[in-house]
Design a protein around this ligand. Structure first.
Ligand code: FES
Length: 102
């Protein structure tokens, strides 16, 4: 099956240091631009659905949920807590931000 990429926003909507909540059908995805790299993570924390778009970014590529502070790695969703966040592959093409979504 071919890979399907969805253009979710334009790159200029997400400057370095910026964040943006996007929606695709019923799915909410939190986007972050950290030093020019775009990360995409499902907005609902796997613990109790806290909004990760309002989370706290750290210097090692992690995000802490604003509700109870669980930390997830933005690269693969991993955590020291008993849960894994869902992250999505990102590609930039012709100044568009594309996600590979389920
Ligand atoms: S809802 Fe995210 S840590 Fe509890």
């Amino acid at each position: 099956m071919p890979e399907t990429w969805t253009e979710i926003c334009r790159l200029d909507e997400l400057p370095v240091g910026g964040r943006k909540l996007v929606k695709h059908n019923d799915l909410e995805v939190a986007l972050f631009n950290i030093d020019g790299t775009i990360y995409a993570i499902k907005n609902r924390c796997p613990h109790r659905s806290g909004p990760l778009i309002r989370g706290f970014i750290d210097l090692t590529g992690g995000i802490k949920c604003p509700m109870h502070g669980w930390r997830f790695d933005l690269r693969d969703g991993s955590s020291e807590r008993p849960a894994t966040a869902t992250v999505y592959p990102v590609k930039i093409d012709n100044d568009g931000v594309y996600l590979r979504l389920p």
